[in-house]
Design a protein around this ligand. Structure first.
Ligand SMILES: [Ca+2]
Length: 215
């Protein structure tokens, strides 16, 4: 058996055992907690993981940074008095469009969207996925911007949301590593298999190694 064929056979075995990690049920990508400053503003109390960079803490109704494609879990401990709402924020509360709402008796326009998968069981914790459709709806409506508010104190407890594009493999924050031959942002046996497929092949014209076409 040629060396290259032997290598490829070994790789096939390794690939079958090593490259199919058990799937993990994605609950949420990030979690954050919002609390009220009286009835005058919101406060972002905490978030995790730290790289989610949801927003500044201890700032009245801060602009929240949310990323398209991510699933978020929100904790709103005082939700019965200050129910969190995700909105297309108008110039005034009367011009807001409610997209998701923790307020009892209020149903946002995206709560039944299966991809958004709004989970609200009447507790302090809710979850949703910021789908491209939800983000586009929140962003694209003339005269409105992505935002959030309290479903009761709609005129005072309101803030903006900065929608971030979903990260993609190869963008400046997720560069291709040396050795990532197939550019899938992982250096693994698939890259090694590509290397092995062409091991000792040559296309050099000088010194000529016999690669066609000629000259
Ligand atoms: Ca790769």
């Amino acid at each position: 058996m040629k060396t290259r064929e032997f290598l490829l056979s070994c790789l096939l075995i390794l690939v079958s055992f090593c490259l199919f990690p058990a799937s993990v049920l994605a609950v949420s990508d990030a979690q954050f907690t919002v609390v009220n400053n009286g009835a005058s503003s919101w406060r972002l109390e905490s978030y995790s993981p730290s790289e989610a960079n949801v927003g500044p803490l201890a700032v009245p109704s801060p602009t929240l940074n949310l990323v398209i494609g991510k699933r978020y879990e929100i904790t709103d401990p005082n939700f019965s008095v200050h129910p969190f709402e995700l909105i297309a924020k108008g110039a005034s509360a009367a011009q807001d469009t409610i997209l998701l709402s923790m307020r009892v008796g209020v149903t946002g326009t995206f709560e039944s969207n299966p991809n958004v998968n709004w989970q609200d069981n009447g507790t302090a914790v809710v979850a949703f996925t910021l789908t491209p459709a939800l983000a586009a709806d929140a962003m694209a409506v003339p005269g409105q911007v992505p935002g959030y508010r309290c479903g009761v104190h709609t005129t005072t407890m309101r803030g903006n949301i900065d929608i971030k594009a979903a990260p993609v493999c190869g963008d400046p924050n997720h560069p291709f590593l040396p050795g990532d031959i197939n550019h899938d942002c992982t250096v693994d046996l698939f890259d090694f298999a590509l290397l092995a497929q062409n091991w000792l092949d040559c296309t050099s014209p000088d010194p000529n190694c016999g690669y066609l076409p000629w000259p």
